[in-house]
Design a protein around this ligand. Structure first.
Ligand code: OMP
Length: 232
């Protein structure tokens, strides 16, 4: 049973805006995700600052490159001490296996997660890029590849979490963005689910950004979501 399921996506333009929220919450209530926007602005020093304040960090840079380049980048992320890091499963088996080898003898290994099909994408988007599978088929295929390459889990939609658990076992982690409370705006997400249904369908970690960070009262929104999934 996962203790803290919520991972708040700190998609802010800079550290002042991020800290205005983070300084009001406790590391006991959630984990934090630092992604491309904030990391590009503030760099690894800001990740270290959040960690020194007690927060566990999901470094979401979705690495996708040749095996050596990705493995070295993940090793640097591991040295930074992050809790979780991700790559794109579309980088393939050799890329993911090289990552596993490169971090295998480190004292502190982050959870290694691969993005399957982005939650913003639907069937037509896959067809357009030449992938003639439904999102569900593509996710299932990439999740099996991710597991057999030695990773700890995948990023997928909560809609697919149950299927992934039944195919790959309950220990294989499902990290799910595209979480939307019933009254929230969909924004640019396609494959969405409410927090309650996501947990019921086998999601281990719920990645949530705008429904919290863009709300009138972000702390209250975080607490309401935690309450809706029985954490408080
Ligand atoms: O890897 C991710 O975190 C990710 C993968 C994915 O398929 N979809 C997705 O939305 N994300 C990230 O999850 C967060 C979702 O944010 P909101 O849509 O604002 O809740 C963003 O920071 C995305 O970059």
């Amino acid at each position: 049973m996962v203790d803290k399921r919520i991972v708040v996506a700190l998609d802010y333009p800079g550290q002042d805006e991020a800290l205005a929220f983070v300084n009001q919450i406790s590391p006991e209530s959630c984990r934090l995700k630092v992604g491309k926007e904030l990391f590009t602005k503030e760099g690894p020093q800001f990740v270290e600052k959040l960690q020194s304040n007690g927060f566990e960090i999901f470094l979401d840079l979705k690495f996708h490159d040749i095996p050596n380049t990705v493995a070295q980048a993940v090793k640097v992320a591991a040295d930074l001490g992050v809790w979780m890091v991700n790559v794109h499963a579309l980088g393939g088996r050799r890329m993911m296996e090289t990552v596993c080898e490169r971090v295998s003898n480190l004292n502190q290994r982050p959870k290694l997660i691969a993005v399957t099909v982005l939650t913003s994408m639907e069937a037509a988007d896959l067809t357009e890029i030449g992938l003639n599978y439904s999102p569900e088929e593509m996710v299932s295929r990439l999740a099996s590849l991710t597991k057999s390459s030695g990773f700890d889990g995948v990023v997928c939609s909560a809609l697919e979490a149950g299927m992934i658990k039944s195919m790959n076992g309950s220990e294989f982690l499902t990290v799910t963005p595209g979480i939307r409370p019933a009254d929230a705006s969909t924004d640019d997400q396609s494959r969405i689910m409410t927090p309650e249904l996501a947990v019921k369908n086998g999601s281990d970690y719920l990645v949530i950004g705008r429904p919290i960070t863009k709300s009138v009262d972000p702390v209250a929104s975080l607490e309401a979501i935690r309450q809706s999934i029985g954490e408080i």
